[in-house]
Design a protein around this ligand. Structure first.
Ligand code: SOE
Length: 381
């Protein structure tokens, strides 16, 4: 079988997750790795068992590389996705697609003009029970949607000494928690419900007004306790926590809360959708079950099991009921759909996977949320 040769750019947290997921697909070969300089690229490629290493400009010259995964910090997504498309490469870009709406608009335009496959890694759509909830809603099992309650809570930025590039607006953009994890929550909200968010009312808080930025790389588990002189105190002006009221195009309402300082919540997206026939609740830390609430009968817990869900969800399931599938499997399932399109050589008419247009949609909502917070007023999306 001719394998599609792929390159991954960036090896922080998510780049290796892309590589692992891609290696589970029979028609794909991770042929190259790209990093900011050739020494780092070579070192990382060797560590990941990838034969070829490049800096970005040289990667674009590789004729045999058909698709590029952009897994670098947010501020590089636009330029690297644009250059890859113009070099004739299909592109899978991490969220957010860009840090500015006009950049995302340009990427959508170029992608449409080239006809190349373009996708954004909104991987949380690919938990099987997320697609099951979407399908159940489409088939009328939920009824009219009355309200939506969502949260996405983490604690990896809990301490004042927790530091990461996402805290720096020049690398991450003007929003942090909303753009980073709120984008996932808002995407799955519209994906499952089929509703469109029409207005937002946002209120942010920056819990740590300053953070202690390490002045040198902390050698992981070196046991070396950093001294005060090892840190620089820097001001922080992006949100640790955000509450957002939402209005939807069906006239009903909802709210979401995101936080990266919620002790004990490691990576917990929770959504509860109340309909006229039932109530759905699902949590990303227990992704193999969903709760179905009833007024006139027993509530139910549906387990991820290919024999118990609709066909649309079965296509995202590789293992029988009780054999849990989780975060790594979502990327595999997303890429399976993307690479079926890459094998055809072009973006399909109606992609089942999240595209650059979905990335633009999320960026628009996030930008309006930032605007609403700044104005302390309702803003139309
Ligand atoms: C950090 O908040 C992060 O790695 C996000 O950037 C990812 O998109 C999310 O899936 C997990 O948490």
């Amino acid at each position: 079988m001719k394998k599609i040769k792929v390159a991954v750019v960036g090896t922080g947290f998510i780049g290796p997750a892309h590589i692992e997921a891609l290696r589970r697909l029979p028609n794909v070969e991770v042929a190259a790795l790209c990093e900011a300089n050739i020494d780092l690229a070579t070192e990382k490629a060797a560590g990941l068992g990838i034969e070829r290493a490049y800096i970005f400009d040289d990667l674009l010259k590789q004729e045999d590389i058909e698709c590029i995964h952009v897994c670098t910090p947010n501020f590089l997504h636009y330029s690297q996705s644009k250059a890859a498309l113009l070099a004739g490469k299909h592109v899978v870009c991490e969220k957010p697609l860009a840090t500015k709406i006009e950049e995302a608009e340009e990427l959508v335009k170029i992608a449409a003009e080239t006809g190349l496959v373009n996708a954004v890694h909104f991987n949380l759509r690919y938990y099987p029970l997320v697609r099951q909830m979407k399908t159940m809603r489409e088939k009328g099992d939920l009824g009219e949607i009355y309200s939506i309650l969502g949260s996405y809570l983490q604690d990896w930025l809990f301490y004042q000494t927790d530091y990461n590039w996402r805290l720096e607006p020049d690398k991450s953009g003007d929003s942090r928690a909303i753009a980073d994890i709120g984008s996932h929550l808002l995407d799955v909200t519209e994906y499952i419900t089929g509703l469109k968010i029409t207005e937002v009312m946002a209120d942010f808080s920056t819990v740590h007004k300053t953070r202690l930025k390490p002045l040198k790389a902390i050698e992981t588990y070196s046991g070396k306790m950093l001294q005060a002189s090892d840190y620089q105190e820097v001001p922080i002006n992006t949100e640790d926590h955000a509450n957002v009221l939402l209005r939807f195009d069906n006239g009903n309402k909802g709210s979401v809360t995101v936080s990266q300082v919620s002790a004990g919540r490691k990576n917990r997206l929770n959504i509860e959708i109340s309909g006229s026939k039932a109530n759905f609740e699902w949590c990303s830390e227990k992704p193999n079950e969903m709760w179905i609430g009833k007024r006139d009968g027993a509530n139910q817990v549906l387990m991820k099991d290919p024999s118990l869900v609709y066909r649309e969800a079965t296509s995202l399931i590789s293992f029988p009921g009780g054999h849990n599938e989780g975060f790594p499997d979502t990327s595999k399932q997303l890429f399976k759909e993307v690479y079926a399109a890459v094998a055809e050589g072009k973006q399909p008419e109606n992609p089942t996977y999240p595209t650059f247009a979905d990335g633009l949609r999320e960026l628009l909502i996030c930008e309006r949320i930032i605007e609403s917070h700044r104005k302390q007023a309702w803003v139309t999306v």
